[in-house]
Ligand binder design. Structure first.
Ligand SMILES: [Zn+2]
Length: 130
């Protein structure tokens, strides 16, 4: 699924009436809407924020709130959709990954290690710190 399709499908989770949210979750590389939805559920599980701005490929898809995500609960799942494999038994454990660029000391945080979606800087791919 490319970014345009994902942004379009994320519309089913977005709360159009929500105010802009300071927290951001980048769901770039989510193979399916369901995978993106899981990243968002993961975020809300470990954050007390009521809403989050969702981005795909540097573009804003919209603001998803706990309520709009719950309202979408389950209905967004496509039966038999090819869901990306994620380690089992680890989904409720929060592990913040820190990536850094050596030349410029820029850091970026991710909640998932996704080979297809590693943070990059103008200096190239950023290194996982811990
Ligand atoms: Zn850099």
């Amino acid at each position: 699924m490319d970014s345009d399709d994902l942004i379009f499908e994320l519309g089913t989770l977005v709360d159009e009436s929500a105010a802009p949210a300071p927290d951001t979750v980048d769901v770039t590389g989510s193979g399916t809407l369901r995978a993106a939805e899981r990243r968002l559920r993961d975020f809300f599980l470990h954050s007390s924020a009521p809403a989050v701005t969702v981005t795909v490929g540097g573009r804003t898809a919209g603001v998803v709130t706990r309520r709009s995500l719950d309202a979408a609960g389950g209905t967004a799942a496509e039966p038999g959709a090819g869901e990306r494999l994620e380690p089992l038994g680890d989904s409720t454990r929060y592990r913040l990954l820190v990536f850094a660029c050596r030349p410029c000391d820029r850091t970026e945080h991710r909640m998932h290690y996704d080979l297809r979606d590693l943070p990059e800087c103008a200096h190239g791919r950023m290194e996982l710190q811990r």
